[in-house]
Design a protein around this ligand. Sequence first.
Ligand code: ACM
Length: 636
Amino acid sequence: MKKTLLPLILVLGITAAHAQSKPNASVIPVPASLIANSGTFTLTSNTVISVSSGSSSELDNMSNQLSKVLQTATGFNLKTGHDAPDAGIKLELLATPYASLGNEGYRLQVTPTGVIISANKPAGIFYGIQSFMQLLPKEIESKTLVNNISWTVPCVTIDDQPRFGWRGLMLDVSRHFFTKEEVKKFMDDMVKFKFNLLHLHLTDDEGWRIEIKSLPKLTSVGAWRVERNGKWANSPKAADDSEPKTYGGFYTQEDIKELVKYGQDRFVTILPEIDVPGHSLAALAAYPELACTGGEHKVFQGIPIMNWFAGGFEAIVENGLCPANEKVYEFLDKVFTEVAPLFPFEYIHMGGDECAKNFWAKSPAVQALMKREGLKTMPEVESYFVRRVEKIVNSKGKKLMGWDEILEGGISPTAHVMSWRGVKGGIEAAKSKHNVVMSPTTFAYLDYVQGEPLLEAPVYASLRLNKAYSFEPVQEGMDAKYVLGGQGNQWTEQIANYRNLQYMTWPRALAIAEATWSPKEKKDWNSFASRVEKQFDRWDISDDKYSKAMYDAIVEASKDDKGNLYANLSTEVSGMNIYYSFDESNPDNYYPKYSKPVLVPKDAVTMKIVTYRDGKQIGKQINIPVTELAKRVPKK
Ligand code: ACM
C-alpha cells in the first residue's frame, strides 16, 4: 500500500505547488527599476533574518516584525540575529549612503541563495520589506496557517525610491467615527503600498473627535449625535430632541499619542486637521457663543445645513465660527495649545474650506470688524480670519496648512496649501511659491462613486479607477519644486463602517500610491490593472474588502440628429466583452455582443448589460432603465 501511495502523494504535492500562483514580480506601486532574473528563492523554516550589527534598533524591530508577519501563514518561527553569515534575509543599512536612494529608497536583491534589502535609512528598509512581501505567494496574506505551499520568491533586483515625499491619504473621522484600532488598521493597509502620511480630518459639523482638556464640551457634547444610518446627507427624519445622542466617539490625548507612535513605527506621519471657520457645527453645539448669531446648535445628524450648490456655499444653519468674536481666537488658542504638542509633525491643517458667509454678512459684529479693519468683502473677512489663525498656529511652533481657499488670504510663504478644487488651486499655489499637496476632486476623491452609479451607494460625483490612475501631481504651469506630492481624500459622510471604508478606498488608493511613488514614465494603465488584479487575490486571502467596480461596464448615451437614443458602452480593463439585452431577460455571453453604439429600440424599457472575460462573467449586471439612459446624453 505504502509503495503505491508514495508517487501519488508526490504527484499531489507537485500539483498543489503548481496550483499556487506562479512567482511573479508584481509590485504596487511600480518600482523605479525592477530587473527580473531567472530562478527563485525559497523561504523555509530554517531561513534566518539578519540585521547588520551596529544598525539602529528600528531595524531589530523590523526584523522581529517581519519574522512575526511571516509566521502566520507559513508557520515558520524564523530566527532573527545580527550578522548571521548564512542568513536567508539580510536587512542592511548602507555604510556609505547611496545618494540616489535618498531617505526612503531601497535596493532589494533576491537570488536563489538569499534576499538582501539595503537602504540608507530605516524607512527604506521598511519599504523594501513591503515589496518583498508582495513578491511572496499571495497565500502569505492568510490569517491562518497555509500548508502545501512552496514559499518561493522570483529572483529580482529592485532599485526603488519615491518620486514624492508626501504620499498621503486623508481619513475623515468626523462624519463617521472610526475607532483607534480601525485607524491603526487603516495605517497597516496604507503602508503596504508605501503611503507615508495620514491626514486625520478630526473636526466637522458631524463631530469633534479629539479631546481638548481645557474645552471639555467639545467632546462631551460635540462628539455625539442622534444616530442616523440611512442615506446620510439627506435624511428626511429630523432628529427629535428626546432621542438619545448615542452615535459618536473621540480620541483621548492618550489615544492620539498611541496613534502617533503607531504611525512612527511604520514611517507614517500624522497630520491633524481642525477645520475652521466653516464646518464647525459640532464646536458650536458645544460652545454656541462662538457663532455670530448665537442660538442653539446641534451636532449635524442628517438634516441639510448647507446649500452646497448655491454658487458659493450658503448655510441653512449657521455652522461657522464668528471672525468678529475675540472669544473665537481665545478658543482656537486653547485648541492649538493642546493639539500642537500631540503631533510631532511641523504642520497643522486648519481646514479653511467651504466657509459659508451668509450668516457673517448679517452680523453687526462682522460689519463693525470690516469697518475697523478696512475689509471690503466677505472673502477679505475670511482672509483676516485665516491670518489670525496662522499667527496662533505659528505661536505654537507649527506652520499652517489649509485647503486651497486659504490662498485667498495672503498667507505667509511657509504655509502649505492642499489643493482640492480641481488642480487650479494647486497651480495658483505653486505660482505664488507656496508648497502644495495635490488632492484634486477630479482624480483623488476616494469617496466618489467608483463604478456604475446604479450599483453603488449614492454620492454626488464619480471617479473611476482609470481616471484616478491618470492623476499627475505636477500640472502644466507648475514648478515641480513646489509640489510636495499628493494624497487621496476619503470623506465619510456615506461611509459608516470599516468594511465600507476599505471598499471605497481600495483599489483607487493604489492609483494614488503609484502616482506619488513611481516615476511618471513607469506608469502604464494595462500593467497597473493587471497588478491590481493580483492584489485582488491577495485581499481575498487576507479577507480585506475592496471594490471590483473596474470590471463593470461604463454606460454612456448619445442621440443622433433625429433624436434617436444610443447606448455607448465601454470597459476600463482591456480584454473584456460586453453583452446586452433589451427584452428584460438577463444577458449572458450568447447575447448580442457590444461593438459599436447601440440604437435603443423604441419599445425598450430596460437595457441589461454584463461584462465577460474568457467566457466567464466578470462584472456585475447593470439594469439601466431607458429613461435613466436618456438622462446620460450629454447636454449640448
Ligand atoms: C473639501 O473637499 N471640502 C476640502
